[in-house]
Design a protein around this ligand. Sequence first.
Ligand code: S6P
Ligand code: ZN
Length: 195
Amino acid sequence: VIVNHMQPFSLKLSLHNGVLAPCNNHIRRRLSDMASMYADQEAVQELLQHDDPVLYEVYQYDVPEEPGQLLVGTSVIHPGKVGSEYVMTKGHYHAQRDTAEVYLGLLGRGHLMLQAPEGDFRSIPFERGTVGYIPPYWAHRMVNTGNEDLIFYVVYPANAGHDYEAIARRGFRFLLVDRGGVPTLIANPRYGQHV
Ligand code: S6P
Ligand code: ZN
């Protein structure tokens, strides 16, 4: 008996620019959408006086958010820095904490930062061909440490949802900053404080 009437489908993913077609959920995140998340607030204000740049984009094909379904999408993080901190995603836990996710690197260079609720932290270097496994319960944020777009493909349970609040409040334990051209992890001086 067929109980799920959803039809099979296919999408085209451009391996050059990450665009997914068709795409029914295109998100653009600007600096003003996550201004408080960068450590150097003077640099944020300085940038915002001139412009409100798009920092990253997500192309996703939404399906019903029910258990058993999978969401697929690509993220394109543009290169750049805010102060000495590299451009990054907001980062989140899944609202449904016991859901995992897989990232596949397609273009560019970066680091996948992961953090468990108890504070355990990992940073995984990412490039074309890297497969990153994000276990259930780990918050995740991607950082573009290169000078071109960082593009990766993601697959995760459609009922996972996003919890941005916890990261917006506490941040990650470490920041990824440019130290003489070398991406370097430093302790986040604002970790655990209200951001
Ligand atoms: C979704 C998955 C990615 C991110 C995207 C943007 O669970 O982890 O598609 O949504 O990379 O990051 P963020 O933190 O702004 O959602
Ligand atoms: Zn996620």
